[in-house]
Design a protein around this ligand. Structure first.
Ligand SMILES: Cc1ncc(COP(=O)(O)O)c(C=O)c1O
Length: 334
């Protein structure tokens, strides 16, 4: 909930009117009788906004990433996937039984070497990457990936869950397929796939999580709609988040020179020892600071992940860093 849109107040009257217009329960897959005109309205607003030909709403970002790979199931395709891509991408590739090559995290030389090595013209190449990596906050170089996809005639698929709605990228115009969760900057729940008309058609025919699962409850679509309206005008919220990210980085660099910084709202501190990470997580929690504690196999090293939000301010960041620093006086493994 980077922009705090998940905590917006809403009018009960507005909500009740919405529920009256659209029947409360759709009770089946969108392909059976669970579709609604509100889905179509939202999809065309989202695709117009992001300048894609089409959009499809899924029940979650995870579902979107499972379905997108289904459409390549019976094709001669080779997927090139960043080493630190989200688990839903890994599962999507696996469940569709696609051949894949993993390239080192954000290492475009390694990617290019692999693309060049697998130069069989009859095999379609697909490059897939997170836009902002959920476990470390690193940001992909989309321009570089576009350059490589053009050079090697590949399809480029970006999971924009942690950047969509924020001011990290100017646009996604040269990306072929964009997937995203609606639970991050949107503060709602659901997933989307933005693509060409042909890919959307393939998804409707082959995307198993879309075909074989009941659609979202209607009230959920109300919140997607509400967040979308707010996203258009969330410039001030985005600016504040960028400011907080810079503020965090300045202090963090001084206190923890051996750790890496990110330009996204996801920050992280890694540890060599699990017990130390756990202890500091608990200490922070007891002091009213809640962050995520990631462990193997999600990450290689115990990691405390910080998600900055519009609701934070400088004092929160000072408090967080002060607490971590206090605890670590004398410890050398941060
Ligand atoms: C990069 C990325 N993609 C996909 C997902 C899955 O989205 P959802 O939670 O909507 O299923 C997540 C996390 O939740 C994520 O971080």
């Amino acid at each position: 909930d980077y922009l705090g849109l998940g905590q917006l107040k809403f009018s009960i009257q507005d909500f009740s009117e919405f529920m009256k217009i659209y029947s409360p329960n759709l009770s089946s897959s969108r392909l059976v009788s669970g579709n609604s005109i509100i889905y179509d309205d939202l999809e065309s607003t989202i695709s117009n906004w992001l300048n894609f030909k089409n959009c499809l709403i899924f029940n979650s970002g995870y579902d979107a990433n499972l379905s997108i790979f289904n459409i390549f199931k019976d094709e001669d395709i080779l997927v090139f996937s960043d080493q630190k891509n989200h688990a839903s991408i890994i599962d999507g590739i696996r469940l569709s039984g696609l051949d894949k090559k993993i390239y080192n995290h954000l290492d475009y030389k390694d990617l290019e070497g692999k693309l060049a090595y697998h130069s069989n013209k009859n095999v379609q190449k697909l490059i897939v990457s997170d836009s902002v990596f959920s476990t470390n906050g690193n940001i992909v170089n989309i321009k570089k990936l576009v350059e490589l996809k053009n050079k090697y005639n590949a399809i480029l698929l970006i999971d924009a869950s942690h950047s969509l709605g924020l001011s990290i990228f100017e646009n996604y115009h040269d990306v072929d397929v964009l997937t995203a969760s609606l639970s991050k900057a949107w503060g709602a729940h659901g997933g989307i796939i933005l693509s060409s008309n042909d890919i959307r058609k393939l998804m409707i025919n082959q995307g198993r999580t879309l075909i074989y699962s009941s659609s979202l409850p209607i009230y959920n679509l109300y919140f997607i709609k509400k967040s979308l309206q707010c996203l258009f005008d969330a410039g001030k919220r985005r600016e504040k988040l960028t400011y907080l990210s810079d503020y965090f980085n300045k202090s963090f660099k001084v206190l923890f020179p051996n750790q890496t910084n990110s330009a996204s709202p996801i920050k992280k501190i890694t540890f060599d020892r699990l017990d130390v990470a756990k202890k500091i997580y608990n200490t922070l929690f007891e002091n009213g600071v809640f962050l995520s504690y990631l462990r193997y196999p999600t990450v290689e090293k115990p990691t405390l992940r910080i998600s900055l939000s519009y609701f934070h301010d400088e004092k929160d960041i000072d408090k967080l860093l002060e607490l971590i620093n206090q605890y670590y006086q004398g410890e050398k493994n941060v």
